[in-house]
Ligand binder design. Structure first.
Ligand code: GTR
Length: 327
């Protein structure tokens, strides 16, 4: 009797388990480096809401803010491995993993944010996306990250000569180290979370970032000058582990993609507002915003960076020319 019941129970439990597996909810862990109040944090929260809504709860996203899941280079490897499912990433630190992604990390390659998005929306962008997807980091939405400029304490930067001898923190990518070194400085890769202290204690003389990030993590408290060199215009993505995304039904993929697209539209609106608000806030806190009259010498100083990059990656020449010739 006991034996019989237990067999029936077991059978029912197995059937239930099978049903549960078939309709199992996908629970994704998402990486976000930014703190509360940053546009990308709000956009990632919106993305998570939209995903739950549009997939009817079949896919849910839990966003871990403030970089608590690790540094950006580490998190990217975790996405490739599937240990982290998704996140908001800057394409700068993706360059060392996907050489096509370095297209957007070449200093002064884009004339403006609009130009960058036109390239991204065209054939060059398709190549970058495809290569990222093959590397396991599939972009499904594009965020605005404005332009990055130098900040430091010793005085305004008006020409590459002002960078000479300065130790400047950069994101993890040889292109950025080369960029600072080509101005006679010392490009120093370092995790974002360590920069505040490094600036405050003089471990580095300066760093570079966009205005919203300069403000949100307090770098303006330890840097008196922000000089508008705007040397890098790098987009950011909502990027997902390619295999996890590919395992969803077509209907679920469409729902997740549409959530990412809508969250990206929202992010770009917030970004424009926040850039202006951050400028006002840091100026009110005493930071001197320095307009650079002639950025030509900075661009000219980048010739060896392009030469080295194309010598090491001759197959990227076409992509670089495609981006440069995009209207
Ligand atoms: C921010 C970017 C982050 C991170 C950071 C950095 O602007 O949104 O993803 O790359 O810069 O400088 O490390």
């Amino acid at each position: 009797m006991f034996h019989k019941i237990s067999k029936e129970v077991l059978g029912a439990a197995t059937a239930l388990a099978l049903v549960a597996t078939a309709g199992a909810a996908e629970e994704w862990r998402a990486w976000n480096i930014h703190v509360d109040g940053h546009p990308n944090t709000a956009a990632m929260d919106r993305f998570a809401e939209l995903v739950a809504e549009r997939t009817g709860g079949e896919v849910t996203v839990e966003v871990f803010h403030g970089g608590v899941l690790g540094s950006q280079p580490d998190a990217l490897e975790q996405v490739q491995l599937g240990a982290i499912d998704i996140g908001n990433f800057n394409l700068g630190p993706i360059g060392p993993l996907v050489k096509e992604a370095n297209l957007v990390s070449l200093p002064f390659i884009f004339r403006s944010v609009d130009h960058m998005f036109r390239v991204l929306d065209g054939p060059a962008g398709d190549k970058v996306s495809a290569a990222m997807g093959e590397a396991g980091i599939l972009p499904i939405g594009w965020f605005d990250a404005g332009a990055r400029s130098f900040y430091n304490n010793s005085g305004p930067i008006n020409s590459p000569a002002d960078v000479e001898g300065m130790k400047i923190r950069v994101m993890n990518n040889d292109l950025f180290t080369g960029m600072v070194n080509a101005m006679g400085g010392n490009g120093t890769p370092m995790a974002f979370a360590e920069v505040y202290q490094a600036l405050g204690t003089g471990v580095v003389d300066g760093a570079e970032n966009n205005l919203p990030s300069f403000e949100s993590v307090g770098h303006y408290e330890v840097s008196g000058f922000y000089s508008l060199s705007e040397h890098l215009i790098i987009p950011e993505c909502i990027c997902v582990n390619t295999a996890k995304f590919g395992a969803l039904s077509q209907e679920m993929q469409d729902a997740v993609r549409s959530a990412a697209e809508e969250a990206s539209v929202y992010q770009r609106e917030l970004w424009a507002e926040q850039t202006a608000a951050s400028r006002t806030a840091v100026e009110a806190a005493g930071v001197k915003i320095n307009e650079i009259a002639d950025k030509g010498p900075f661009q000219e100083a980048m010739a060896p960076v392009y030469a080295d990059y194309l010598a090491a990656n001759p197959d990227m020449t076409e992509l670089v020319e495609l981006a440069q010739s995009t209207e």
